[in-house]
Design a binder for this molecule. Structure first.
Ligand SMILES: [Zn+2]
Length: 289
């Protein structure tokens, strides 16, 4: 009897070990595939910099630090405004009708159509970038040309080197980021801290997050205190960009201070907004009142 039992026991142990190995392998494979397809396949500009395990979250958190999102308090809706401000009103938000307009206003009450992707996206070939993901190293053509001029001027006028970290982000990428947030932190946290698909300005191809070496090429509010960040704040409008989420305007923009997030508007409008001292929301509201 003992002789017969022994091989059975061994077999069960062997089978169990085999099963565990298969499960571990499948788990790893799933993780690998996730890294391949998601925006998370970012890599540091400097190869020696260690990669963080949860890079999907890292990108989302860098973009939307937990403390950075506050409730949006726009007093008046924009449905009566003409041009790029026109949109179809739904109970919670407005679907933007002219997403391709250079002065398009995107925020938590004005949503881009799911089908919208800019037709003139170009790869940032002549600019220093940080991430490997090819999607985020794109901008609409006029914004790219302007960013090149901005970076060149920073170097020539002041000797500062700027880096492009995160530009275009498709609706489906934002959808994946948002779903991932819901999965990991729950619906309530996701709604509070993650931009819903269609509500990220990065989908316009007109927004770029920039950084510098002093910040180890990350996104951080201390960018504002760097020489590079100060220069950008004072000069970006000359090249058609504004700091989209200014300090102390969280109650209007819905986002905390993001000194790294540049939005292209063209030099005329960017200069007007810069000189007004208003947010883009506040500027349009004043224009249309
Ligand atoms: Zn951004």
């Amino acid at each position: 009897m003992k002789r017969k039992k022994k091989p059975t026991k061994k077999f069960i142990v062997f089978a169990a070990i085999l099963l565990i190995i298969v499960l571990i392998y499948m788990g790893n494979k799933e993780n690998d595939e996730r890294e391949k397809t998601d925006i998370s396949n970012e890599q540091a500009y400097e190869p020696e910099e260690p990669k963080e395990p949860e890079e999907l979250e890292k990108l989302e958190e860098a973009e939307n630090p937990e403390e950075s999102i506050v409730e949006l308090e726009i007093e008046e809706p924009y449905e009566e405004n003409p041009g790029s401000l026109a949109g179809v009103e739904t109970p919670d938000n407005i679907i933007i009708e002219k997403p391709e307009a250079i002065d398009v206003l995107v925020n938590k009450t004005r949503t881009l159509p799911a089908s919208y992707a800019p037709e003139d996206l170009v790869t940032l070939e002549d600019l220093p970038t940080v991430l490997v993901n090819p999607e985020v190293n794109q901008l609409r053509s006029p914004a790219y040309q302007a960013l090149k001029e901005l970076f060149n001027a920073a170097q020539e006028e002041a000797g500062y080197y700027l880096y492009a970290r995160s530009g275009y982000r498709s609706y489906s990428t934002q959808e994946a980021l948002y779903s991932s947030y819901v999965e990991n932190h729950g619906q309530a946290a996701a709604d509070k801290y993650s931009a819903k698909p269609g509500q990220s300005e990065h989908q316009t191809g007109l927004a770029m997050d920039i950084t510098c070496k002093a910040l180890n090429y990350q996104l951080d509010t201390t960018f504002a205190e760097t020489e590079e960040g100060k220069w950008v704040a004072e000069n970006a409008h000359r090249f058609g960009f504004i700091i989209r989420y200014p300090k102390g305007k969280e109650h209007i923009t819905g986002y905390n201070y993001e000194p790294w997030h540049l939005r292209y508007l063209g030099t005329d409008l960017a200069t007007e907004v810069y000189e007004s001292g208003l947010t883009l929301e506040g500027f349009f509201e004043q224009e249309n009142s």
